[in-house]
Design a protein around this ligand. Structure first.
Ligand code: GLU
Length: 298
């Protein structure tokens, strides 16, 4: 038996049931981890939904759906809502500053059209003490990390080396909630995660996260940002696209085993009607031969 070294993880947000695209990413994170002798952890990213009672039920359903596909996890499930102290502690070791900007002010100070592409222009870094005191009295502050225009390069199994500029991104939002980029990095370091497999919509966040891992004294993981599932119109798959969750499909007489076959077939790992288990797929799994485009679920 190979000894376990390192870990991968699947980290769903409990906002709604997992759809075929999420299940495919979960299968891939399991295959990447298990095929490389790693542990595989489950983390529930419930910082935004922690106060929403329904999220607990959604997370339980997500776990049941993953189990129904035969995807297993090691160790205790990590719930981000129970780790607030860890995030706040991590922040104390970083070079940070308060930011009073509204979204609108940031948009007005920047020429980039989309907020995701908009590096923070550093407005609150340059405040006079008087102006800072004035703002502090009237607005809640977010906390930003001072990155000083660093650049960061990640290694992605599917995308190669990807370099991005690290702006002064938010660590704590102005209501005190830890930001996604902070929580993910703190948790991955805490859990010994050295392999991150997730949807390629998050590729752009990876250089920042890798930089933050190093700033916290850790080592960045190796990444695999995998293609998303889209509907017939080419838009990111969503629940409104119809029969896309295990529950929807079960209602139409489709079993979890058949869903696993469908997802595996979409990765060229199974024939369309071939019964398989995740373990059957391990010897067939070769990251270099994965389909590179989005999976069209029609
Ligand atoms: N919670 C994120 C999502 O559901 C994934 C975060 C990550 O894998 O880093 O899209």
């Amino acid at each position: 038996m190979t000894s376990i070294s390192g870990a991968g993880r699947f980290a769903p947000s409990p906002t709604s049931a997992l759809h075929l695209g999420n299940l495919r990413t979960a299968l891939l994170s399991w295959l990447f981890a298990r095929s490389t002798g790693r542990a595989h952890h489950l983390r529930i990213e419930d910082l935004d939904t922690a106060r929403v009672a329904a999220a607990v039920g959604v997370a339980a359903q997500q776990q049941a759906d993953l189990a129904a596909l035969g995807l297993d996890f090691d160790g205790a499930v990590v719930w981000q809502s129970q780790r607030l102290d860890a995030y706040r502690d991590a922040v104390t070791s970083l070079d940070t500053y308060p930011c009073y900007c509204t979204r609108r002010e940031i948009a007005e100070a920047s020429s980039a059209p989309h907020s995701a592409l908009r590096p923070y222009p550093g407005t609150c870094l340059r405040l006079t003490a008087a102006r800072r005191a004035e703002l502090a009295a009237s607005r809640p502050a977010a906390l930003r990390v001072r990155a000083e225009g660093a650049s960061s390069t990640i290694i992605d199994v599917l995308h190669g080396e990807v370099t991005g500029v690290v702006d002064d991104f938010v660590l704590l939002r102005n209501d005190g909630t830890p930001a996604y980029n902070l929580a993910v990095v703190v948790d991955d370091l805490f859990s010994g995660v050295d392999q991150v497999v997730r949807g390629d919509d998050l590729l752009e966040s990876a250089p920042r996260q890798a930089w933050l891992a190093a700033a916290l004294g850790g080592t960045a993981p190796v990444y695999a940002h995998v293609p998303l599932a889209v509907n017939a119109a080419g838009q990111r798959l969503a629940k409104r696209d119809g029969a896309v969750t295990l529950a929807d499909l079960r209602g139409r007489g489709v079993t979890a085993a058949q869903v696993l076959t469908r997802v595996a077939a979409s990765l060229d790992l199974a024939a369309p009607d071939e019964p398989v288990t995740p373990t059957d797929l391990l010897p067939r799994f070769d990251p270099t031969r994965l389909p590179r485009g989005p999976w069209v679920v029609a």
